[in-house]
Structures are given as structure tokens and as C-alpha cells.
Ligand binder design. Structure first.
Ligand code: SDX
Length: 378
């Protein structure tokens, strides 16, 4: 067995997968061989879900069946909806989501079943209900009544409907759909890897997804998007942006939404989201936030681009959702609304040829010695 030590497992191949291909130097991202740009242009989130769960695009009838299955699974079990209502409404939305997923597990008779059929069924259930849960958490934070799913709207349009109470305009629904497509999978980020470490013990699916949510919450991972929006709002005016960033860099502070363990060039997802952020800014006639973003982006790239630090997906996903009227605190849960598809796709793929994850350490402690009785200790 060849020993290989790499802090944070950087560059270590932990599994083989047919799902997502990333070239971090060229800024390439593809799901099952299809470039993300083409999926963002032509596909829907439902098609992307099918592509990841089955490793091929669906036929028209398969897509229709998937949409119907998602619609059937969207409503929450009544006790889960009731528990959400008694939890602290201003608690971290990601922590509330993690709690709700754990509770959901109690109402799923297949929770412990790791067969391919059961994992596929749980994937549909979790993809459907992650959106319903996130919308409910968003409503309760505003002390508003939760809104049951609309029977005929698409997954993205339904999320916006359950969050706002209004059927979204076609463009808003499309932009949100593209945001979900772009964040649906990304190979082995911390949250996906965490879920697989747990799933590889053949425990229940809800324990694995709870672990993924815990990892995604972190500011070094999915938690960055909320901090990006807070930063842009704090800057407030385009004229203040350059100085603000330069002062942060002078203090050796990290700029949220920039840098990536894999991408050492522009994150292809950020490139697509940037276009939508600009279109939404122009549509809302308030281009101030987008102007600030452009100055922040230029200032950071001028300073750190030579070290491979460029905008990542979180830099623009935040303002896209902000322009759609979504509060920053919901941004990371929305990341989970999308990434639950990738988490389940990797679980289905990995568990089918399962190997318990159990890395080792390079021991750097004291040499072997002996127990010292307490009255002989200094
Ligand atoms: C996501 O892995 C995925 O695929 C994740 C994701 C997905 O789809 O699942 O793409 C989603 O999590 C995107 C990343 C969101 N996080 C952020 O935006 C937080 C800010 N970014 C960083 O903290 C950082 O870039 C990471 C955590 C994303 C990656 O960091 P690495 O690979 O561990 O690199 P590092 O922390 O060792 O940094 C290397 C150097 C350091 O300088 P030195 O200490 O060596 O002098 O680059 C600097 C860092 O200080 N650096 C930054 C920086 N990111 C790295 N400096 C300023 N601002 C930044 N954002």
C-alpha cells in the first residue's frame, strides 16, 4: 500500500466517478460529459437531476415521469411541517434544514435501505422536499404562513412560489433554474465527501445528508455566498469598492466568493451567473450592486489573479438570488436545494461498489513508552 500524505486530501483521488468532470486549469465543468454551458443554455433542473441520477439524459416520457414524481413528493409530512414551526425562527437556516432532514428520516420506512432502488426513491423524495423545507424556513423567518407546493409548476418555479406566494415571471423562474443546474454537482467538495464517508458505513441516508448539510454550511464552502452579498451591501457604493477590498487584502483577510481548491482560473459557473446578475440588475434598474461586483472582481483579480485566485460560483450566485428577492440567509440552503441532486447521485454511484472510507494518519507522537503511576509524575 503506497502511503500518500496531503493536507486536506488536496489532489488525492478518493474514488472513480462517471458523474462530473472538472479541469481546474482550463475552467471546464461537465456533468456526465455534457459541458455546463450547454446544460445552462438548453436543459432544465429536472433534466439535470435525471442526468445525474441515471448518468444519461431522459427521454421526453422519462422527464415527464420524473416531474410527476417530484410533484408527488413535494408536500412535507405534517409532523415535519409542525416541528419546523416550533423551532427558533431566527436560528441558522442551514441548521434548521439539517434538523428538518433528520426529522424527515423518521417518516421514511426506507431510511436504512441502501439498495439502488431505495436510494433512487430517496433521491426523488429528498430533492423534492429540500426545496419545500427551504421555502418553509424562508417563510417562517418572516413570520409568514408556509405555502403548500403548487401542483403544476416546475421545480424552480415552485420554489419561488412557495417562498413568495406568487407565481414567478418566466425569466425569474429560468434564472433560478439555471442557478440550480450550475450548483447541482461538483465532484468531491467537502459536503459531498462528508456524505460519502458517512454513507460508506451503510448507515441511513438521512445521516449522510445531515453530514453534507453540516459541511456545506461552513463559510469556506457553501456559506460563502451569503457573506458575498453581505460584503457587497456593506460596500454600498461603487466608489467605495476598490478601497474596501484593498484594505481587506492589506489585512490578509479572505475575500468571500474568490479562490478555489480546484479552479485556478475563472469558475465557469461564475461566468454564467455573472451574465444573469447583469441582466437582472438591468431589469431591476438598480445596477449599483452589479457595478460594485465588477469593481470587486477587478480589484481582487488584479491583486491575486497571478496566484490563481478568481471568482468562484458563490461570488455571483448570491446577487442573482438577491435580485430575485431572496434574502441572503437563504443562499446556502438554496445551494443545498440544488446540490442534494449531486449528493444523492454520488451516493447511488459509490454505494453500488462500496468501500468503507478509512484513511490513516502519519504518526508524529511520542515513541512507545509506559504508564507512569500518578505519584511518580512530576
Ligand atoms: C465552494 O470544492 C468545491 O467544489 C466547492 C464548491 C462546490 O461547488 O461545491 O465549488 C463551492 O465551496 C466554492 C468556494 C466558496 N468559498 C469561498 O469563497 C471562501 C473564500 N475562499 C477561500 O477560503 C479558498 O479559496 C478556498 C477555501 C475556497 C480554497 O482554498 P484552498 O484551496 O484551501 O487554498 P488556501 O486556503 O490554502 O489558500 C491558498 C492561498 C492562501 O495564501 P497564503 O496563506 O498561502 O499566503 O491563497 C489565499 C490564502 O490566504 N487565498 C485567498 C483566498 N482564497 C485563497 N486570499 C484572499 N481571498 C481568498 N478568497
Amino acid at each position: 500500500m503506497t502511503e500518500k500524505f496531503s493536507r486536506g486530501l488536496e489532489g488525492v483521488i478518493a474514488a472513480e466517478s462517471a458523474l462530473t468532470y472538472i479541469d481546474g486549469q482550463k475552467g471546464i465543468l461537465a456533468y456526465v460529459g455534457i459541458p455546463i454551458e450547454e446544460l445552462a443554455e438548453h436543459a432544465t433542473f429536472e433534466e439535470t437531476v435525471f442526468l445525474l441520477l441515471h448518468q444519461r439524459l431522459p427521454t421526453r416520457s422519462e422527464l415527464q415521469k420524473l416531474s410527476e414524481e417530484l410533484a408527488d413528493q413535494r408536500p412535507l409530512p405534517a409532523p415535519v411541517a409542525a416541528i419546523l414551526k416550533v423551532l427558533p425562527r431566527q436560528a441558522s437556516p442551514m441548521s434548521l434544514l439539517r434538523t428538518a432532514i433528520s426529522v424527515l428520516g423518521h417518516f421514511d420506512p426506507q431510511a436504512d435501505d441502501t439498495s439502488p432502488q431505495a436510494l433512487q426513491a430517496k433521491a426523488i423524495k429528498l430533492i423534492a422536499q429540500m426545496a419545500t423545507l427551504t421555502a418553509a424556513i424562508g417563510r417562517l423567518r418572516q413570520n409568514q404562513e408556509t405555502i403548500p407546493p403548487h401542483p403544476t409548476l416546475s421545480h424552480s418555479a415552485n420554489f419561488l412560489y412557495m417562498l413568495t406566494g406568487k407565481e414567478p415571471a418566466d425569466f425569474a423562474a429560468r434564472v433560478f433554474d439555471v442557478a440550480l443546474i450550475l450548483q447541482a454537482d461538483h465532484e468531491f467538495p467537502a459536503s459531498t465527501f462528508a456524505s460519502l464517508v458517512v454513507a460508506s458505513t451503510l448507515t441511513d441516508t438521512y445521516s449522510a445528508i445531515s453530514a453534507a448539510l453540516g459541511a456545506l454550511k461552513g463559510p469556506l464552502h457553501g456559506g460563502a455566498s451569503e457573506q458575498v452579498v453581505q460584503m457587497i451591501l456593506e460596500i454600498g457604493e461603487p466608489a467605495k469598492a476598490e478601497q474596501y477590498i484593498k484594505e481587506k487584502l492589506a489585512r490578509h483577510e479572505r475575500i468571500m466568493g474568490f479562490g478555489h481548491r480546484v479552479y485556478k482560473t475563472y469558475d465557469p459557473r461564475a461566468r454564467i451567473l455573472k451574465k444573469y446578475s447583469q441582466k437582472l440588475a438591468e431589469q431591476t434598474k438598480d445596477t449599483r450592486l452589479f457595478e460594485i461586483e465588477q469593481i470587486v472582481e477587478k480589484t481582487v483579480i488584479d491583486a491575486l489573479g497571478s496566484r490563481g485566485i478568481f471568482p468562484n460560483v458563490d461570488f455571483y450566485s448570491g446577487t442573482v438570488c438577491y435580485y430575485l428577492g431572496i434574502e441572503p440567509a437563504l443562499l446556502t440552503p438554496i445551494f443545498a436545494v440544488s446540490r442534494i441532486a449531486g449528493w444523492m447521485a454520488h451516493m447511488i454511484e459509490y454505494v453500488a461498489d462500496n468501500r468503507l472510507f478509512r484513511p490513516t494518519t502519519r504518526y508524529v507522537g511520542p515513541p512507545l513508552g509506559h504508564y507512569i503511576p500518578i505519584d511518580k509524575r512530576a
